[in-house]
Design a protein around this ligand. Structure first.
Ligand code: PBE
Length: 301
């Protein structure tokens, strides 16, 4: 009855009507995405860019998805993959949500913001603590004293992190920082005697914060005469190592919230030497150009 041309026209108008009707059916909530536009959730494929599966911030992000009743998945990878994805998204002015933390070099490189967390899924202000194995004080009193004294500011740590991010070898950057900041490091070694090549092991996870701090403490211990080994592990094994005595200490314990489960497991098997850095934080972080401010906004967009 119809020739080919008419058939095409009819199909096209039907398709237009479908689009029109679909567009009309979802306009009652003002916050919803206007017809024809891709929602933020769709643009992000409902994905939060996470880091390593063992990280406390990944567990907290998964908890947040439950607390805020969100359909997003937290994709795990590594700290380095997360910062690469962040950098790629910013280069293209695309949306991205990452599991992040501070101190961190990313804040000096990019214009970023934490999403507000009114339900407190990511906890309050954090400290980074130093944890020693049982018996370290008796076995290596000099190292124990330095580890106990070790404390610096977020700004100090970021100075080291920025230089490593700019391509410096962690060990060399740490060495240089220690040499240039004797006003600080002299307090850590004040009254501590040198040793003669005693072996000491520090475990850490390859998070940018911990790469910086562990290398700095390693450099100071090495100046005192220790034969220092830094062992890179995952978060769970790091806690097991210090609890079992397989490593001598860690400077990477985020408390009270981020590593709360690990600390609760091993509290009686380790010595907590207290904070080496105060005022850290974890959370969901986005580029400042994104027009959301709170985790709650993800439910609407
Ligand atoms: N972090 C950095 C760690 C603690 C240090 C926030 C990635 C974590 O989430 O466990």
């Amino acid at each position: 009855m119809f020739n080919k041309k008419y058939k095409k026209l009819i199909t096209a108008s039907l398709a237009l009507m479908v689009v029109f009707v679909a567009g009309c059916s979802s306009t009652d909530d003002k916050e919803e995405t206007p017809a024809g536009e891709t929602s933020l959730g769709e643009q992000l494929d409902y994905t939060i860019t996470g880091i390593d599966a063992g990280a406390g911030v990944v567990a907290a992000a998964e908890q947040a998805m439950e607390d805020y009743d969100l359909e997003y998945k937290v994709q795990t990878s590594s700290g380095a993959a997360m910062t690469q994805a962040l950098s790629d998204a910013i280069a293209n002015e695309e949306p991205i949500i990452v599991t992040g933390w501070n101190p961190h070099w990313k804040f000096s490189k990019y214009d970023l913001k934490y999403l507000e967390d009114p339900k407190g899924s990511f906890g309050e202000a954090e400290n980074i603590n130093t944890i020693a194995r049982m018996g370290l004080e008796a076995d290596m009193p000099e190292a124990y004293q330095v580890l106990d004294n070790f404390a610096w500011s977020g700004e100090d740590m970021e100075n080291v992190m920025v230089q490593i991010n700019e391509g410096g070898e962690p060990e060399e950057v740490a060495r240089e920082w220690v040499d240039n900041n004797t006003d600080k490091t002299s307090v850590w070694i004040d009254g501590v005697s040198s040793v003669d090549g005693d072996e000491i092991n520090l475990a850490y996870v390859a998070w940018d914060t911990e790469i910086a701090s562990t290398n700095v403490v390693g450099a100071v211990l090495s100046d005192l005469g220790y034969d220092v080994t830094l062992t890179q592990v995952e978060n769970g094994p790091m806690w097991e190592a210090v609890a079992s005595g397989n490593t001598d200490a860690i400077v990477a314990a985020w408390l009270p919230a981020t590593h709360a489960d690990h600390y609760a497991n091993f509290e009686d098997e380790v010595i907590n030497l207290g904070p080496n850095l105060e005022g850290a934080a974890i959370g969901l972080i986005v580029p400042a150009y994104m027009d959301i401010d709170s985790i709650e906004d993800l439910a609407k967009k």
